[in-house]
Design a protein around this ligand. Structure first.
Ligand SMILES: C[S@@+](CC[C@H](N)C(=O)[O-])C[C@H]1O[C@@H](n2cnc3c(N)ncnc32)[C@H](O)[C@@H]1O
Length: 241
């Protein structure tokens, strides 16, 4: 899935890529091609299944407003748009400008209206309490731990009270070495993810697991569903000393 990746921490970045401590992917169509190849030949369709299960868990309703953070080339956003319909609104943000360009092309080809824009989880360019649902799929392992906390506070800010957060991510593989370790520097197990989601003030946290099928290279994944409290007691993010 990592067709072209870069970290950008304060160094001069390519025009309109966003600065982040996360690992930006910028493959565009190459990301989709690599993803299709892995899914078909190594992962035995589990990527497709993971996206469908993520969308199912959110129980999207026609007319709802949905944000996909780290949307990549927009595949989940397209599924979400089918479910919320013309009355609904779907927005995708990703720091990779080629990912966004590819997502825009895919939406235009299907004649659907989805707002894709370059952006980062650490500073979501939306007013408070905008969205009914926020997704983040296969993205959390791209950001270091403090950024996960900061990003979850941003997500809580832009969710309406009672709004749903659905995060899907690979299960951590502690034995990873070399390049894999670098790519998955922010990787965490489901337990960690549940802990930081709860710490960020979300409640009714539920999880689903996807085990790797036999003879598949898929590492296994987890999906977390959680609700923003309706009583406005979601924690504000402050950097730890
Ligand atoms: C493995 S891809 C997953 C993309 C998409 N969600 C999917 O399921 O195909 C992870 C994405 O997270 C993005 N990303 C990295 N750092 C980010 C940040 N700080 N904020 C938002 N997205 C980020 C990358 O650019 C990349 O497109």
């Amino acid at each position: 899935m990592h067709s072209s990746a870069s970290h950008r921490h304060g160094e001069a970045s390519e025009e309109s890529n966003k600065e982040t401590k996360g690992l930006i992917l910028n493959g565009g169509w190459r990301y989709d091609l690599t993803g299709w190849f892995h899914d078909t030949f190594s992962f035995r369709g589990t990527f497709r299944e993971l996206r469908q299960r993520t969308a199912n868990l959110a129980q999207l309703q026609p007319g709802e407003q949905v944000l996909d953070v780290g949307c990549g080339t927009g595949t989940l956003a397209l599924i979400a748009k089918e479910r919320v319909g013309r009355a609904g609104r779907v927005v995708g943000v990703d720091p990779g400008k080629e990912q966004i360009a590819r997502a825009l092309k895919k939406a235009a080809r299907r004649h659907v209206s989805i707002e894709f824009q370059v952006g980062v989880i650490e500073q979501l360019p939306f007013p408070d309490q905008t969205f009914d649902v926020v997704f983040s799929t296969l993205m959390m392992h791209h950001v270091p731990h403090p950024l996960k906390r900061q990003g979850l506070a941003e997500i809580a800010r832009v969710l309406k009270p009672g709004g749903r957060l659905v995060i899907a991510d690979f299960k951590g593989k502690p034995e990873r070495t070399g390049l894999a370790t670098r790519f998955h520097a922010g990787g965490s197990g489901m337990h960690d993810l549940v802990a930081i989601v709860s710490e960020a003030g979300f409640s009714q946290v539920e999880t689903e697991e996807m085990q790797p099928p036999r003879f598949s290279a898929f590492p296994g994944a987890g999906i977390v569903l959680a609700y923003k409290s309706s009583d406005e007691c979601v924690q504000a993010w402050e950097p730890r000393p």
